[in-house]
Design a protein around this ligand. Structure first.
Ligand code: FES
Ligand SMILES: [Fe+2]
Length: 371
């Protein structure tokens, strides 16, 4: 595995953005130890407010991990009190703001240094996201809204937890521009393919057949895959069923990532309120979508890092995409400058098919030439 520095991404080791840290349903008042951005955290749901709290893991008293313990009586009795959490070692208690608010055996004052960092989190689309910013700033973009989430005809999003892949996130993000892998890996017959970059958004529009996800003679598979920031990819797919594919990846170490996959599907039997049968069909379709994603995953698991690709005519706009991705690894002040040569619509040279107007309302502005 290679590091952010080796990819030449920028000043930061880990990018700025919203990152998924857990499925909402799995976060309870039983704290979980999780690792992202090369550091340990304690993640739990407050009993009082029901909100999710993410703290730096190590207790300032003597360095104990707040959430990786099952045998201490503090842990056995339930370390979460209200929205606070007790350390399993000497039972210091920390509030959701990270400040120690009780030391059970000490009558002296609580020192101001008795605190851990509390991270900004949001529950959205059935997942928990943290805002990570090496500069410590407020979020500069919002998480995307999927209007169909509140439409009763859609079978709700369900997650596949894929665990850690020992690849730098750059290798995963490369996928959005990788037109030439669709045929060999997924059996796609690509009829049109293009990328568009704008601010924190990267789009891939593609249409064609697909051996994993469509049947011979079936409808054309048309997808619009959108990166909302560096880590969350939402793909709108029309083909056998209207659906959204959800893929989130969060750096664990500098060179590995935790990955989730998910799918929501419009009632395959055409009901205004989805049924048990719809759920069954949706989960089968999800298994097929996961099989398609697993085709990419297997390549990532075993490839060596692509620090500098040997790109040829017909490859996608990798260089533009990698330049787009750099915005998240550098100070915000550099964002405009980094995006200047990147924003717009790009096609691989030789890929002349244009998306139908219904799919692509944006006019083609430029042609990417990769050499
Ligand atoms: S190490 Fe946490 S209370 Fe002592
Ligand atoms: Fe792929």
């Amino acid at each position: 595995m290679a590091t952010s520095r080796e990819y030449g991404l920028g000043e930061f080791t880990f990018p700025r953005g919203w990152f998924m840290v857990a499925e909402s349903a799995k976060v309870t008042d039983k704290p979980m130890g999780v690792k992202y951005f090369g550091q340990e955290f304690a993640l739990y749901r407050g009993k009082e407010s029901g909100r999710v709290i993410l703290l730096d893991a190590y207790c300032p008293h003597m360095g104990t991990h707040l959430a990786r313990n099952s045998t201490s009586y503090v842990a056995q009795d339930g370390p979460v009190e209200g929205d606070s959490i007790r350390c399993p070692y000497h039972a210091w208690r920390f509030g959701p703001d990270g400040k120690c608010n009780h030391i059970p055996y000490s009558n002296g004052p609580i020192p101001p240094a008795a605190k851990v960092r509390s991270w900004p989190v949001k529950e959205h689309l059935g997942a928990v996201f943290v805002w990570h910013d090496p500069e410590g700033g407020e979020p500069d973009y919002e998480l995307p809204v999927i209007p169909e989430c509140s439409d009763p005809s859609w079978v709700p999003l369900a997650f596949d937890d894929l665990g850690v892949v020992e690849s730098h996130t750059q290798e995963i993000v490369d996928n959005i521009t990788d037109v030439a892998h669709f045929g060999p890996v997924h059996g796609s017959i690509t009829q049109y393919f293009e990328n568009e970059f704008k601010g924190h958004i990267a789009v891939q529009r593609m249409g064609g057949g697909h051996r994993t996800l469509t049947t011979a003679g079936g409808p054309m598979l048309e997808t619009e895959a959108v990166y909302h920031g560096p880590s969350l990819l939402i793909t709108k797919m029309s083909g056998t069923h209207d659906s959204y594919i959800y893929i989130a990846h969060t750096p664990v170490e500098d060179g590995s990532a935790y990955v989730w996959h998910g799918l929501m599907v419009k009632s395959p039997t055409g009901q205004p309120q989805y049924t048990a049968e719809d759920t069954e069909i949706a989960r089968q379709y999800q298994a097929m979508a996961l099989a398609a994603f697993a085709q990419d995953f297997e390549v990532w698991r075993h490839k060596r890092p692509c620090i500098k690709g040997l790109f040829v005519q017909g490859d996608g706009a990798f260089l533009k995409q990698r330049a787009w991705y750099k915005q998240f690894y550098n100070p915000r002040a550099m964002k405009r400058e980094l995006l200047q040569a990147v924003e717009g619509v790009h096609r691989a040279r030789g890929m002349d098919g244009a998306p139908p107007e219904a799919v692509k309302p944006v006019p083609v502005a430029a042609e990417e030439v990769v050499s």
